[in-house]
Design a protein around this ligand. Structure first.
Ligand SMILES: *Cc1c(COP(=O)(O)O)cnc(C)c1O
Length: 395
């Protein structure tokens, strides 16, 4: 069968044909929306307009409306989105930008790409997002912006970070790459920042079938500047007013993203349902489940539990056909490529401690209920094994 054949590489089945449940499965989302996505792709191919055309323009309008900002600008990927957002704010060499070490390396790579120095602070223990209590210590006369990361689908403490930025004249730039559609109060994440950014890497909650990124803002001047920077600094085809880059979004990706945007809320609901099932079952096993902030709605980009015996747990789950991952095993201040290039504030003990205990379990909207139950049963089996081991060791 064609559909099964095209999914073999996703690791849905192993050589022994037993079920393997992956952590994420972008191919499953394509299959779920195949007629609409194929029609959108066909429309682009037939039109013969392939980069920064009507699909990109329509998507930018639809996404801005969805987030609740005046403007959205499509770019090539999330890393570019953040570095261009910083450049549009005139942030560059000599400036400092505060963010976290517990994030995708892309966040810090983007700050470096802008020319600014990344200053990394620790995260809050339960939520694992930027700890606003540490901002004051990180502040210098070169600080220009704070980049909170809404990690795993969960909001950072936006009100406290926003008021710190206002009090100190800093730009607030949200990295919403893991939280498309998540809210704080009535508003969507991405609408709080002076300018905010999204990655649409295929595994993200709103994922393209390739690379894509988005910048959103309410500020016309910033929006126009990102539009210029994404294409050689062009104001029109004959003049560049400042040096820019090539970070365009293509029509195929925009057309696919328009289809997926229509399903984003339903897919996020489905992620929350799976998270609820997991958390209810795991609490009984004594597993530390993700804490959800009061008044904020997570979109569970990842479901990240914290455990003591992680390596043995992962091995046993793997044997049971349940794949797991670690986001992220090595904080950025410990990555060889960034040593000595980033400044860290304080002990980073929460970040370092979490890095040894976090484990990401299968989480994607198309994960069938029976597989959710299989994950739960496998974990329960592993934990009853631990209990037996402990009893026989102590007896
Ligand atoms: C995925 C991601 C990015 C950007 O990724 P790209 O691969 O450049 O699209 C940035 N920040 C975070 C937190 C991410 O998860």
């Amino acid at each position: 069968m064609e559909a099964d054949g095209s999914r073999m590489y996703q690791g849905s089945t192993s050589l022994t044909e037993r079920t393997v449940i992956p952590v994420t499965d972008p191919g499953a989302q394509y299959l779920a929306l195949r007629p609409q996505i194929d029609a959108a792709i066909r429309r682009v191919l037939d039109r013969g307009y392939y980069i920064l055309g009507p699909e990109v323009e329509a998507f930018e309008g639809e996404f801005a409306t969805y987030i609740g900002t005046k403007f959205a600008i499509g770019v090539a990927n999330g890393t570019d989105a953040l570095s261009l957002a910083l450049r549009a704010l005139s942030i560059g060499p000599g400036d400092e930008v505060i963010t976290v070490s517990h994030t995708a390396v892309a966040t810090v790579a983007a700050i470096e790409q802008s020319g600014a120095i990344p200053v990394l602070v620790d995260v809050e223990p339960g939520f694992l997002t930027l700890d606003p209590a540490l901002l004051n210590e990180a502040l210098t006369d070169r600080t220009r912006a704070v980049v909170p990361v809404h990690l795993y689908g969960q909001a950072a403490d936006i009100p406290r970070i926003q008021s710190f930025c206002r009090n100190h004249g800093l730009a607030l730039v949200e990295d919403v790459s893991q939280a498309h559609g998540a809210t704080w109060g009535q508003a969507r994440l991405g609408s709080f920042g002076d300018i905010s950014i999204f990655s649409c890497y295929p595994t993200k909650n709103l994922g393209a079938l390739g690379d894509a990124g988005i910048v959103v803002t309410n500020d016309l001047a910033l929006a126009n500047r990102v539009r210029r920077l994404r294409q050689y600094g062009w104001v029109d085809r004959n003049s560049s007013t400042e040096p820019g880059v090539n970070s365009r979004l293509d029509e195929l990706q925009a057309a696919v993203l328009r289809v997926k945007l229509e399903h984003l809320d339903a897919n996020n609901d489905q992620r929350r349902r799976i998270a609820t099932s997991y958390s209810e079952a795991f609490r009984g096993l004594g597993i530390e489940v993700p804490e959800v902030r009061e008044g904020a709605e997570s979109v569970f980009h990842l479901y990240v539990a914290q455990v003591d015996n992680r390596d043995s747990l992962r091995n046993r789950l793997d044997t049971a056909g349940v794949q797991t991952a670690i986001h992220y095993p090595m904080p950025i201040h410990r990555q060889p490529g960034y040593l000595g290039r980033v400044r860290t504030i304080g002990s980073m003990s929460v970040t370092d401690h979490a890095a040894g205990r976090i484990v990401s379990l299968p989480m994607f909207p198309e994960l069938p209920e029976e597989n959710v139950n299989l994950v739960i049963q496998s974990l329960a089996g592993v934990y009853s094994g631990y209990l037996r081991d402990r009893e026989s060791n102590s007896g």
